[in-house]
Each structure stands twice: as structure tokens, then as C-alpha cells.
Write a protein that binds this ligand. Structure first.
Ligand SMILES: NC(=O)c1ccc[n+]([C@@H]2O[C@H](COP(=O)([O-])OP(=O)(O)OC[C@H]3O[C@@H](n4cnc5c(N)ncnc54)[C@H](OP(=O)(O)O)[C@@H]3O)[C@@H](O)[C@H]2O)c1
Length: 234
């Protein structure tokens, strides 16, 4: 695929915003870091370096691909509602985890996900949900025993998924297609559990998931199959 320079707008200037801005810029794309305070965004963009400029939330929402990087508990959905028209038909990267203030649970019920709730607010957006983990400092400390962690992405738009992979192609992590957008219910819960485990074992925030597996066909080397064979079934 020919390299296409994407125009990526991020709303928010916190821990995830700066890291994903940096990653997208290192992947060869142009990034607009948007803030409630344009001057703050410009100062941060200048320090981050080449390919990144500062602006407002409106400037970020005006880009071809948009990513909110605000906590739901801090009022993300209310802040985003006015931009529904601006993102209509655009690819939107969802990284929301619906954590409460003390990160012990979620503020959304089990039968939905932040990704699906974002889709309700921005119905015209082509959402790709990803980067629910890693937690912040794992970005610049990405070497793990046993290989790089996996990043799962979910969404209902196959083309949008391909574009988002290109947006972050400088990443050393392995990306796994997690199926439809509603599977963000899994990835978000996996993040919550990962955080709990990481805290228990003193790893947080340098903790994440990796899927283990080898190419295999069921029954290929089933050591117990003969023993439990049923004679009443063909
Ligand atoms: N931290 C992680 O490890 C991690 C991992 C995966 C996903 N996420 C998700 O990424 C998103 C951002 O997380 P983060 O850790 O980067 O958050 P953060 O460091 O707290 O930054 C959040 C940004 O939200 C903006 N904001 C808008 N309204 C706000 C308000 N009322 N109070 C505070 N900030 C407000 C601020 O940007 P301006 O002041 O520039 O407007 C702020 O920089 C969240 O949805 C989170 O669930 C986080």
C-alpha cells in the first residue's frame, strides 16, 4: 500500500494524547493536538516536535481522523456532543475506558461499552476502538519478557480498521483484530482486570495482555481423545 499522509486530530492533551500524537507523527502523519486551552496545546506540540501542531478541540475535530482523549467521568460525552456533525463520515479512534475516580470499577453498566456509547453520541462516525491498554508509561517502556504485548482493535468498518493500523504503524506492538465494535465490552473489561492484577503485583502501569497460541486444528494431537471416546456417538 502506498504511504498516505493522514491528518489526525486529538482532543485532549493528557497522558494518552501526547503518546498517541507522538506515535502517529513517528508513523509519518500530521497531528493536531487539541485542547480547551489552545496555548497549552501549542506549547506541548512544540515540545513533542515535528509533525505535531497545537489547536482547539474544533481544530482537532476538523481533521480527517479524530480521537477524543478525555475521561468520561470528566464529562467527555458532554464536551463531544457539539462535534457530532464535524465527525460525520470520519474515522474516529476510541480509546475510552469508563473508569470511575479511583479506577476500581466502571461508571457504565456491563451490557454496553464506552465505544458503543460514543457511537450513540457520534452516530455518523466510523469508530475503531483500540488502545484500551497499554497504560501510559508502558508506551516508552515497551520491552516485555515474552515479546511485545498485543493491542486489540474492534469496529464494524473494515476499511477504517486498516487506516487506523496505518496511523500507528511505527508501533512495535502486535495488533489483533477483535471483531465488531461491541467486543469493546471485552477489551474495556480486560483493561480493568489488567489494572487490578498489575496493581496487585506491583507492575502498574507497565502491564498489558498478550494472546498465546500456535497454528492448530482441533484433534491434531488429542492425547486423551481415544480414552474418552463415546461408542454411542458416530
Ligand atoms: N492513561 C492511560 O493509561 C489510558 C490507557 C488507555 C486509555 N485511556 C483513556 O484515554 C483517555 C485519556 O486518558 P489520560 O490518562 O490521557 O487522561 P488525562 O491525562 O487526565 O488527560 C485527559 C485530558 O482531557 C482533557 N479534559 C477535558 N475536560 C476535562 C476535565 N473536565 N477535567 C480534566 N481534563 C479534561 C484535558 O485536556 P485539555 O485540558 O487540553 O482540554 C486532559 O489533558 C481516557 O478516556 C482514558 O480512559 C487511558
Amino acid at each position: 500500500m502506498n504511504h498516505r499522509k493522514l491528518n489526525f486530530g486529538i482532543m485532549g492533551t493528557g497522558r494518552m494524547a501526547v503518546r498517541l500524537a507522538d506515535l502517529a507523527a513517528k508513523s509519518g502523519h500530521a497531528v493536531t493536538l487539541g485542547s480547551r486551552d489552545k496555548e497549552r496545546a501549542q506549547q506541548i506540540a512544540q515540545k513533542l516536535g515535528q509533525g505535531i501542531s497545537g489547536g482547539s478541540y474544533g481544530d482537532a475535530a476538523g481533521c480527517d481522523i479524530v480521537m477524543p482523549s478525555i475521561f468520561i467521568r470528566d464529562g467527555a460525552f458532554e464536551a463531544l456532543k457539539p462535534f457530532a456533525d464535524a465527525v460525520k463520515g470520519k474515522i474516529v479512534v476510541d480509546i475510552f475506558n469508563p473508569f470511575n475516580d479511583c479506577y476500581s470499577d466502571f461508571i457504565l453498566p456491563w451490557d454496553t461499552s464506552a465505544a458503543e456509547e460514543l457511537q450513540k453520541i457520534w452516530p455518523g462516525a466510523r469508530i475503531v476502538s483500540t488502545f484500551k491498554w497499554p497504560f501510559w508509561e508502558a508506551f516508552e517502556n515497551a520491552e516485555f519478557e515474552g515479546g511485545p504485548m498485543d493491542i486489540i482493535y474492534t469496529g464494524n468498518d473494515a476499511e477504517a480498521k486498516t487506516v487506523v493500523l496505518d496511523l500507528f504503524k511505527a508501533s512495535t506492538w502486535r495488533f489483533l483484530d477483535g471483531g465488531g465494535l461491541e467486543n469493546a465490552r471485552f477489551t474495556e473489561r480486560m483493561t480493568l482486570f489488567c489494572g487490578q492484577l498489575g496493581a496487585r503485583y506491583g507492575m502498574l502501569p507497565r502491564v498489558g495482555w498478550r494472546l498465546l497460541g500456535e497454528p492448530w486444528k482441533g484433534g491434531e494431537q488429542d492425547a486423551y481423545g481415544e480414552i474418552i471416546q463415546r461408542w454411542d456417538r458416530p
